[in-house]
Design a protein around this ligand. Structure first.
Ligand SMILES: NC(=O)c1ccc[n+]([C@@H]2O[C@H](COP(=O)([O-])OP(=O)(O)OC[C@H]3O[C@@H](n4cnc5c(N)ncnc54)[C@H](O)[C@@H]3O)[C@@H](O)[C@H]2O)c1
Ligand SMILES: [Zn+2]
Length: 366
């Protein structure tokens, strides 16, 4: 069980056991002072972050103009082994060695893939994350999980690898499309649901009228919550870290299925639907009140798009859920809410209950 009170304080730096997170320009100064420690510099981008974020970074760190830029196509499907190998080949061609630094400038696809390849190239080179999406600022770039997808199966290959440092610069959110902001907001809702009911109330009340400059406190607070959980269980061994997967067991199944279609869902959109289903299971199995389940469904379904999920699609999603890494033998383990702000883990849930939970994905059920 994990519960925490929302702190209204906003700090500029958060020291984790593995690295420091900077929430302002001080991070650029720290990095500037470290650049001479590395033998060569590389920056991983996608076409959007290359176009919209790189200039800003170079303005603060002109020494990075000599860095070699790698650019992979954007999108979840690009988080794959081909891109990983391709960049390894390019690093090899550029004579990168174990003292090289890879800077991941982008959303979760870039930080997941870049962090992973930094751990395997020559058994590990230095890397750091400069997240440019809300989702990466509050979740993907922090906590040490890195990885790539295997075909359409999410994060099947990966490992824990901690960046040298993390620079969170809200400036990058200026150009982020609204749909992507909402996707990131899903992870904020998750933090409220699993750890802090006051945070849930705050994000719920302010979610509809937010602009890019309003996110400061939420970004700091989510890193604070995640860091508390990760510090307790850095490698997801004791179990507590599993609460960060709330909404993700079903959510990843939904995301994986829609990745095979012409209209994929964004990560946060799929996770929001997963949280609705898993809050339904929490109501049926873990003492979450019906009232709170309905509050969660109503809030999330008013923000995130629903998709038609017929019997055939549902069976495919169930297949992905069973393949998910959280499956232990025949049982599927879930993290479930006891109440908003309190989450427990290691609950075995039957196929039938998982299937029934999809009934909650109907607006007219509310
Ligand atoms: N490792 C973890 O702990 C963890 C946690 C949560 C999510 N994830 C992973 O993160 C990924 C999702 O991350 P994401 O939502 O950031 O997706 P993403 O990296 O695909 O970025 C979303 C889109 O926004 C564009 N973009 C990025 N920054 C921009 C900017 N500043 N302005 C305009 N456009 C910009 C990108 O080009 C991309 O098209 C998923 O693969 C998910 O599995 C990992
Ligand atoms: Zn997530």
């Amino acid at each position: 069980m994990f519960s925490l009170k929302f702190l209204s304080v906003t700090e500029n730096v958060l020291k984790t056991i593995h690295y420091t997170i900077f929430f302002n320009g001080e991070g650029y100064i720290t990095l500037q002072n470290k650049l001479t420690n590395y033998s060569s510099l590389f920056i991983l981008t996608d076409p959007q972050t290359s176009k919209l974020c790189l200039q800003h970074l170079l303005k603060y760190l002109p020494d990075l103009k000599k860095a070699r830029i790698f650019c992979i196509p954007f999108g979840e499907k690009e988080k794959n082994i081909q891109n990983c190998l391709d960049i390894c080949r390019q690093l090899n061609k550029e004579n990168a060695d174990r003292k090289s630094l890879l800077i991941n400038l982008g959303g979760g696809v870039i930080t997941d893939l870049g962090g992973f390849l930094a751990s395997i190239f020559k058994r590990g080179i230095y890397f750091l994350n400069i997240p440019t999406t809300l989702l990466a600022m509050v979740d993907a770039s922090t906590g040490g999980k890195t990885g790539i997808n295997l075909d359409n199966m999410k994060n099947e290959i990966g490992g824990f690898n901690y960046p040298d440092l993390l620079i969170i610069d809200k400036h990058y959110l200026k150009t982020l499309p609204n749909r992507e902001l909402k996707s990131g907001m899903a992870e904020l809702f998750k933090y409220g649901l699993i750890a802090d009911n006051f945070f849930w109330e705050e994000i719920k009340n302010r979610s509809k009228k937010m602009h890019w400059y309003d996110w400061n406190e939420f970004i700091y607070q989510s890193n604070f919550i995640k860091n508390n959980i990760v510090t307790e269980d850095p490698y997801e061994r004791k179990g507590l870290r599993q609460i960060l997967n709330f909404g993700h067991t079903i959510g990843h199944g939904i995301e994986s299925y829609f990745l095979t279609t012409y209209s994929p869902l964004l990560h946060g959109e799929a996770i929001a639907l997963g949280m609705v289903c898993e809050s339904w299971i929490s109501w049926k199995m873990n003492g979450l009140s019906q009232k709170q389940h309905e509050e969660i469904s109503k809030t999330l379904l008013s923000i995130y798009p629903l998709r038609e999920i017929n019997e055939q699609i549902l069976n495919q999603i169930l297949k992905y859920i069973r393949q998910d890494k959280k499956k232990l033998q025949e049982d599927i383990h879930f993290s479930l809410l006891r109440e908003i702000g309190i989450c427990t883990y290691n609950h075995k849930v039957s196929n039938d209950i998982i299937k029934q939970s999809f009934q909650s994905l109907k607006r007219n059920n509310l």
